[in-house]
Design a protein around this ligand. Structure first.
Ligand code: ZN
Ligand code: ZN
Length: 766
């Protein structure tokens, strides 16, 4: 303690500080808590651990009348009766140290006074560098608890989170808790969270989300025993996104994402940057017509009854029927990716060096190439002639309107042709996902994945504001388009515009009709297919027979040529689809009760907190230069904290919210458990766990927009062949395997190689 004395002599402020933390006879405290905190602080400063020796309570009113706080080395450990049996007895820690501080109440004033004090220890004290390890000095403050929870929700492992927290305060000695405390805190927190059971925890999660933002929506379906079967939820951003971009939706289910092994369904679409947006998610009990019907109806209700114009799904009979029943006016398309996947299974595949027909390529052409129905029918009949078993061809022909290009002419798809958006989301969800994830972890993980998608949009938004679009042709229409469209859409538009320069107008007998052909760059053919553009000079209308604007929302080269011939040099506003513009998100969104939906009503609070933290941090760093400054800050904070406490009536600290009394309605909630289906192994838990591959997938699914041109022609089929021969997991037959989504199969170790499949995904130009 010599150094302390020295510094006292030099600095009068220091003297003040020491007297405030040194116990003295006659010292007064307002409460026992205050006295105890003082003693703990003193122990931490000197280097000894503390303990309560006793607290005497009055029998009449329960008030503590006297108390004694001691050094933890006080007394001796009682003799262990099993002593002779214990192989590795706990280390002796008690030395009979006499250090103590006794307080008694002054009934008249209502405070406590130190009447007994011993400060001489009979043992070594801890060093300043080891003090923080004493239990009395280890404490997780509420702000730290918040940070621990936030790190956990962000998927940061305790070790890294603890390391980060220590660095922020300049080392583990300043942190106030050890890595083990960190882990223990999380363990108790999880335990506390699950006190409602799985179903209750889920409902609690929904309640919490709703209290954060009242626009959050969820719905559950109960069976006759009041057990939860189906669950749907959508947050404020999803509701906003759907209001802006909900005309074209893909819906897909997958499973193995949650411990319950319920099918997880997600509604997905894209925004003005063609980035994924999420409209809602569901955990289903099963994949029956009734479940889907409930889900789709709930989806509509949550989204203010706005129906999608187009919906893409995987080929599933129950789902298809439910779509027909609920989305009565929507055009239902089948995911081309899934169909191609099945085609590879059911149609003969050509080997690499083999001559003969390439049936798969022909099928792919039926899907993407033919623009008129006769050509499609002819090509399809030709395929039939080359295939022995027709069962699959028959079944896919029955739904040709849902996947063949010639029938999709009037479908408002905006370039979407598959459910790959949702599949890529599902794959993100499965990355780093553990099979034993409880329902709350699953939700948190989903939140992170969804946030990742939202961040993508923010990045696009940032880039679009920072970088000027690359204008290749300086014409009024192009300059105009570069200003209104998002960069990606402008790029598409500019390509169309460029093509329109190569367009011819052929003479036509009909009035107000232009026959347009585009001169081909390909030396083998002179022109591309001819289209008819119906024009109206007065209304500045150009209606092209290729139907691109009606389908994708971007004018085609034919229509652009017609506009040019009509001497219209600017894009008429009715040909600028709001969806594709930089202003796509303008306007407010109302929920079903007419309230405006805010994406983050607490944004202001968060910004303010950030501001305060920066400000405090700045002051604190500056205050370190002298004891005087430090004291000034300390006193000011002390008085400030008292004032704030008086003014603030309620405290909505997050970690405190968890400690609320258990809600009985949450405790009685119950998820309907799945029964083991012997006949169908689709949802067999142990099997999935066994099949979960450890290796990383080779290629990630990517969304291929319709307008992305892929080269056609002879493709390497050997990999496809191998894919067909891939060994199947034991106990699974071809048929049941087929029912899985390709992503699911992929994740289960069925090494579908997307690359080869992509070869057949011949997306033509729009
Ligand atoms: Zn001691
Ligand atoms: Zn056209």
């Amino acid at each position: 303690m010599a150094s302390e004395t020295n510094s006292t002599n030099k600095d009068p402020n220091r003297e003040n500080m020491i007297t405030t933390w040194m116990p003295q006879i006659g010292m007064k405290f307002n409460s026992t808590t205050e006295a105890w905190n003082f003693w703990t602080f003193y122990g931490g400063h000197i280097g000894f651990d503390v303990r309560v020796n006793y607290e005497n309570k009055s029998k009449t009113d329960g008030v503590v009348t006297s108390a004694r706080y001691v050094c933890s080395n006080e007394g001796y450990r009682a003799r262990d009766k099993r002593d002779h049996n214990t192989k590795r007895p706990r280390a002796e820690t008690r030395t009979g140290c006499k250090v103590r501080m006794g307080i008694t109440i002054d009934r008249e004033v209502g405070n406590y006074e130190v009447h007994e004090l011993v400060v001489e220890h009979n043992h070594v004290l801890q060093l300043p560098g080891t003090c923080h390890l004493m239990p009395s000095q280890r404490m997780i403050l509420s702000l730290q608890a918040f940070e621990i929870e936030t790190a956990d929700d962000s998927g940061i492992v305790p070790k890294a989170a603890h390391e980060l927290a220590s660095r922020q305060v300049g080392g583990t000695t300043n942190l106030g808790y050890t890595r083990r405390d960190h882990k223990n805190y999380l363990r108790t927190k999880r335990h506390r969270e699950m006190m409602y059971g799985e179903a209750g925890t889920m409902l609690k999660y929904f309640q919490d989300r709703k209290s954060e933002n009242p626009a959050f929506q969820h719905d559950i379906q109960l069976d006759c025993d009041e057990k939860i079967t189906n669950i749907f939820w959508a947050d404020a951003k999803m509701i906003i996104d759907y209001a802006h971009f909900g005309d074209v939706v893909t819906f897909d289910t997958t499973f193995g994402t949650n411990k319950e092994y319920r099918p997880f369904g997600v509604f997905v679409g894209f925004n003005h940057f063609r980035e994924t947006v999420i409209f809602g998610a569901a955990l289903l009990y099963d994949e029956t017509f009734d479940s889907f019907k409930w889900l789709f109806n709930t989806f509509l209700f949550v989204h203010n009854k706005k129906k999608p114009r187009t919906i893409f799904t995987d080929q599933d009979i129950a789902m298809g029927k439910a779509i027909q029943a609920v989305f009565t006016e929507a055009w239902h398309g089948l995911c081309n990716f899934h169909i191609m996947q099945n085609a590879m299974k059911h149609l003969p595949q050509k080997k690499k060096d083999e001559d003969g027909p390439n049936v798969l390529a022909e099928f792919s052409a039926c899907m993407y190439k033919y623009e008129n129905e006769e050509a499609f029918e002819e090509a399809f009949t030709a395929i039939r002639g080359k295939v022995d078993t027709q069962t699959w061809l028959d079944s896919i022909y029955k739904v040709k309107e849902k996947w063949a290009r010639c029938f999709m002419r009037n479908a408002y798809t905006l370039g979407m042709r598959s459910t790959q958006l949702s599949e890529s989301l599902n794959s993100d969800l499965k990355n780093h996902l553990k099979s034993d994830l409880d329902i709350l972890r699953f939700f948190k993980h989903l939140e992170r994945v969804v946030q990742g998608k939202r961040d993508n949009e923010l990045n696009e938004e940032y880039e679009s504001r920072k970088k000027l679009p690359r204008v290749r042709i300086r014409t009024p229409a192009i300059i105009q388009a570069s200003k209104v469209y998002t960069p990606r859409i402008f790029e598409d538009f500019q390509n169309e515009y460029e093509r329109s320069i190569s367009a011819y107008i052929k003479p036509s007998e009909e009035k107000n009709v232009y026959n347009v052909v585009i001169a081909s760059i390909d030396p083998e053919s002179m022109y591309e297919e001819e289209t008819k553009v119906l024009v109206d000079h007065e209304e500045q209308q150009v209606l092209c027979s290729c139907g691109q604007f009606e389908r994708v929302g971007i004018l085609c080269s034919h229509a652009l040529k017609a506009l040019d011939v009509m001497n219209i040099k600017y894009l008429p506003s009715h040909y600028i689809l709001k969806w594709w513009t930089r202003e796509a998100r303008s306007g407010t969104i109302q929920d079903s009760h007419g309230n405006i939906v805010l994406e983050d009503p607490r944004m202001e609070d968060r910004l303010r907190l950030k501001f305060f933290i920066h400000k405090f941090h700045g002051i604190a760093s500056k205050a370190l230069v002298s004891e005087e400054c430090s004291k000034l800050v300390d006193d000011a904070l002390e008085s400030l904290s008292k004032q704030v406490k008086e003014k603030a009536s309620t405290n909505t600290c997050r970690s405190e919210a968890i400690c609320e009394e258990p809600d009985s309605s949450l405790q009685t909630a119950c998820l309907k458990k799945k029964e083991i289906q012997n006949k169908n192994l689709r949802r067999n838990k142990s099997w999935i766990e066994k099949q979960r591959p450890n290796k990383k997938r080779k290629k990630k699914a990517e969304f291929v927009p319709e307008n992305q041109f892929c080269s056609r022609g002879e493709k390497d089929m050997s990999a496809a062949q191998q894919q067909g021969n891939t060994e199947q997991p034991a106990g699974i037959n071809e048929n049941s395997l087929q029912e899985y989504g390709w992503m699911t199969r992929l994740l289960m170790g069925q090494d579908d190689d997307n690359l080869d499949l992509q070869n057949y995904m011949n997306f033509p130009r729009i």
